[in-house]
Design a protein around this ligand. Structure first.
Ligand SMILES: Nc1ncnc2c1ncn2[C@@H]1O[C@H](COP(=O)(O)OP(=O)(O)OP(=O)(O)O)[C@@H](O)[C@H]1O
Ligand SMILES: [Mg+2]
Length: 248
């Protein structure tokens, strides 16, 4: 099987600010993510990680500031991105009434992007990329373990051959061993496909296990941004408390 080639694209965020009513969620967030990088945003629950991710694909409109993907401004007003973006949602978002195969192939079928035989081939290829077999394709989401459901959600995101792939809490509700294998999958896919990868998580082991760089978000501000070793050495008390697992 030939690995699909997808060139990652850079992301640039400048002075992003977002509030809901009087609640300021993101203060003035600036960061650059390089093409092909595996970038992790870590931070406590409620710190604004999911809100940040939603901005990258235009699901949210900033109060101010700019987001560019491959040099093009992202806005909720632009319906179709010229780039191939994919998001693995925190809840997986699989349709329970459809089989694994149908879930993974749904986008291609609905948009009539490929003939049926080709869709079958692509679906099998994406399932095998996340270590699922053809026999799993006939199952329904309810018949799968939590880890398998995450894998299906990832396979579904891969059908667009993403240049930028976003994962929201990919290890939530998984036991530590399964979380570890999902982390490895994310790294493997990043290295094989070259897509720029952004993971948001409050899973410390995942963040430090997979990231090229980590941004630590708390109360809408970046407290640290650097390699895992640099972030680990941060003198910020909040980061040290978080790393000591004093809270989630
Ligand atoms: N649509 C919305 N309307 C109002 N407030 C919102 C909305 N979306 C998010 N928020 C608020 O923004 C804050 C950050 O939410 P967000 O979901 O980004 O947190 P998070 O870091 O992803 O947390 P978790 O780790 O629990 O997933 C929270 O206080 C949340 O209540
Ligand atoms: Mg979240």
């Amino acid at each position: 099987m030939t690995a699909p080639v997808s060139n990652g694209i850079p992301v640039s965020v400048r002075k992003l600010r977002k509030s809901y009513g009087s609640h300021v969620v993101l203060e003035s967030l600036s960061l650059e993510i390089a093409a092909g990088e595996l970038f992790v945003m870590m931070g406590p629950s409620g710190s604004g990680k999911s809100v940040f991710l939603r901005h990258l694909i235009g699901l949210e409109e900033p109060d101010s500031g700019e987001i560019e993907v491959a040099g093009q401004r992202v806005s909720s007003e632009v319906v179709e991105s010229p780039h191939r973006l994919a998001m693995v949602f925190q809840t997986g978002g699989l349709l329970n009434s459809l089989t694994v195969e149908e879930n993974v192939g749904l986008y291609l079928r609905e948009h009539r992007l490929k003939p049926p035989a080709e869709i079958t081939r692509v679906v099998a290829e994406k399932l095998s990329l996340v270590q699922l077999g053809v026999e799993d394709g006939a199952k329904y989401p309810a018949e799968l373990s939590g880890g398998m459901r995450k894998r299906v959600a990832i396979a579904r995101a891969l059908v667009v051959e993403p240049q930028l792939i976003l994962y929201d809490e990919p290890t939530s509700e998984l036991d530590p061993l399964v979380a570890l294998t999902i982390g490895r999958e994310i790294v493997n896919l990043n290295r094989r496909m070259g897509a720029t990868t952004v993971v948001v998580t409050h899973d410390r082991d995942l963040a430090f296990g997979i990231a090229d760089r980590i941004a630590f978000l708390a109360e809408g501000r970046l407290l640290a941004l650097g390699t895992p070793a640099e972030v680990r050495q941060s003198s910020e008390p909040l980061i040290q408390r978080f790393l000591a697992a004093e809270f989630k």
